[in-house]
Design a binder for this molecule. Structure first.
Ligand code: SF4
Ligand code: SF4
Length: 434
């Protein structure tokens, strides 16, 4: 047996004689004596430890075989996948006027037509007939401004799924201003499970960053809706910060608690950076969730804000293996006009459209530079299961093209150990140390 190459080993003065291992493929954390760790690297493994170390992915039969296996990981995952997930844009209309909105250049009074909705329903039922469960995220603009068509799509798919013994579920990506109890109750019956909504920091910042079109603040309306619906639907709160204001974002956590919104009422809180866009405006809202950057201020902000969330007892994502949506055959972004994309940030960009509902998906291998991470350097990199070449959006932003990797090494070097230690120290039920 050999020690996997997809692993980080951390030592610290607080635990002399011990090493902490973080196994990337399983996100497993374990603490070993330095002596045992030295033994493992010399292939001297006590029999009593072997089974656990294999189960947690520390030991593999062969490092070269594991490396070869990683090369084709997405082919295997895609072949096994029985779930179709799509981010479905229902309308570009919105009742807020956020200055950083990345949809701003193509926002307007346009929505999914009845015939596009029919096509979406038909194509989705074909996927169900092929044995797939379906999870949609309905998105906008503001998705709840398109409630009639949302109800029609969800109603027909929920009915089709129950007739076929399949699952249909959906989430809302919403600004939260229209998420009242009656609406949520109706939608839960059609398969609504979760709502991702946004509060951009403490009230004064939020009201400046996310005003209604009239100019008045939306903070109070959103807070009232969280209080009215948290027991019906899983609420994830996102918050967009920038370099100049992130230090004030922990105030939001205090305001939530003061309003009686407690950690058990929210599924999780995630703070996201608002990132610059190629046209020198900005890219915000939840879509930046899968991107990261190694700018020093962003590293500092990520650590500071994550610690604040955990210290107040709220949940936030653990470090987990992840890859760009582009790698997953059954994950799509569907525009209001039936255009198909592989990333929400690329929606509306003709050259990055991968097909249409009517014509199906074309070959996007070259456009998205598939397999860009299958190099010696990436296949040998311990962070591969967390990166797979990084974010094509950020790369295009920096270089104007999707022509190489967006390397996350510096970012992960700077934050991963600290994220793991935050989880061990600050979560109320910490991950078990094996
Ligand atoms: S390019 Fe991929 S990783 Fe980047 S934001 Fe889009 S889906 Fe996420
Ligand atoms: S892009 Fe960088 S961090 Fe990502 S797998 Fe390759 S070498 Fe590692």
């Amino acid at each position: 047996m050999e020690v996997t190459r997809y692993l980080a080993c951390y030592t610290g003065p607080e635990r002399p004689g011990k090493v902490m291992l973080f196994v990337m493929r399983r996100a497993a954390i374990l603490e070993l004596s330095a002596e045992l760790w030295d033994g493992l690297q010399a292939d001297d493994v006590p029999d009593c430890e072997r089974e656990t170390l294999v189960r947690l992915g520390v030991l593999v039969a062969s490092r070269d075989a594991e490396r070869a296996e990683m090369r084709s990981i997405f082919e295997r995952l895609n072949a096994r996948s029985r779930r179709f997930t799509a981010l479905v844009t229902l309308t570009l209309e919105c009742n807020l006027a956020c200055p950083y909105c990345y949809e701003e250049p193509f926002r307007g009074n346009v929505a999914m037509s009845e015939s596009t909705a029919d096509l979406l329903i038909q194509k989705t039922i074909e996927r169900m007939d092929a044995g797939m469960d379906v999870v949609f995220d309905f998105y906008g603009g503001e998705a709840l401004l398109a409630l009639p068509i949302l109800r029609r799509i969800a109603g027909q798919l929920s009915h089709a799924a129950s007739q076929r013994g399949r699952i249909f579920e959906f989430n809302l990506v919403t600004n939260g201003t229209l998420l009242n109890r009656q609406t949520v109750q109706d939608l839960v019956d059609l398969g609504l499970k979760g709502a991702k909504l946004t509060l951009d920091g403490p009230k004064d910042i939020h009201d400046r960053q996310r005003p209604f079109i009239s100019g008045s603040g939306s903070f109070d309306a959103i807070l009232a809706n969280i209080k009215a619906t948290w027991d019906l639907v899983r609420i994830q709160l996102g918050s967009n910060y920038n370099r100049d204001n992130y230090e004030r974002y922990p105030e939001l956590l205090d305001q939530l608690l003061a309003e009686g919104i407690t950690p058990d009422q929210l599924h999780m809180i995630v703070f996201y950076p608002v990132l610059p866009k190629s046209d020198s405006s900005t890219f915000g809202d939840f879509s930046a969730s899968c991107s990261c950057s190694s700018e020093p201020w962003l590293i500092e902000a990520s650590l500071y804000l994550r610690e604040a969330i955990l210290k107040k007892g709220f949940n936030t994502p653990k470090p987990l293996p992840s890859a760009c949506m582009v790698e997953f055959l059954n994950d799509l972004v569907i525009g209001y006009d039936g255009g198909l994309y592989k990333c929400p940030a690329f929606m509306g960009q003709e050259d990055l459209r991968v097909g249409t509902l009517l014509e199906g998906i074309g070959d996007y291998g070259a456009t998205y530079n598939m397999g860009v991470w299958k190099t010696e350097e990436c296949l040998d990199c311990p962070y591969l299961p967390f990166c797979y070449g990084g974010c094509r959006y950020l790369l295009r932003l920096r270089t104007g093209a999707i022509g190489g990797v967006d390397c996350r090494k510096d970012f992960l070097d700077a934050v991963l150990e600290k994220f793991v230690r935050q989880d061990l120290e600050l979560r109320s039920s910490p991950s078990p140390m094996s």
